[in-house]
Design a protein around this ligand. Structure first.
Ligand SMILES: [Zn+2]
Length: 175
């Protein structure tokens, strides 16, 4: 017996293709939103790409690129002693805006990377325990820029920012 009330809709191939396309496009627009307000995981679905200056972009569509900061979103912490008040920004993973040596190392080691186009200095960031379980996710976690990326930014733009006064929003208006 088939389930009662089920309607099996026969459709032609073109309708199927159109519906599949619609689904794909809606997935991309959700991911675009997540990239703009939170973060997305960089995986085989979305490419991390670089321009001539080695700046980091996420490619969502064939012709859709977003300037993005790239970082390791999960950090292992000893859960027994962990509390939000003890978070020291200097000890958290840094974000990258160029293909620097540190980012290259992360890529080669296959470390899971996230990207965000929300460039206000506050990142989605999770703290995990040794079994990989998330203890806390902050959606507004301040992070510092990677030293190599800051050097490269200053070199290209002839600026003198320091780690503590750099904000990722600067990258939108520069170069
Ligand atoms: Zn870097």
């Amino acid at each position: 017996m088939f389930g009662l009330g089920q309607v099996i809709k026969l459709t032609n191939f073109q309708t199927f293709i159109t519906e599949a396309e619609d689904f794909k496009n809606s997935t991309i627009s959700i991911d675009r939103l997540r990239l703009m307000i939170g973060s997305i995981k960089i995986d085989e679905k979305y490419n991390l790409v670089f321009d001539n200056y080695q700046q980091t972009f996420i490619q969502l569509h064939e012709k859709e690129f977003f300037r993005s900061a790239v970082y390791v979103e999960k950090q292992l912490v000893p859960s027994r002693y962990f509390s939000q008040e003890n978070i020291i920004i200097e000890n958290l993973n840094r974000y990258h805006i160029f293909r620097c040596q540190n980012l290259n190392n992360l890529i080669h080691k296959n470390i899971e990377l996230s990207a965000t186009a929300k460039l206000n200095g506050f990142f989605k960031y999770s703290f995990i325990n040794s079994s990989g379980r998330i203890i806390l996710t902050n959606y507004q976690q301040p992070l510092l820029i990677c030293k190599n990326c800051l050097l490269e930014f200053n070199r290209l733009n002839n600026t003198n920012f320091e780690i503590n006064n750099f904000n990722p929003s600067f990258i939108v208006s520069q170069i």
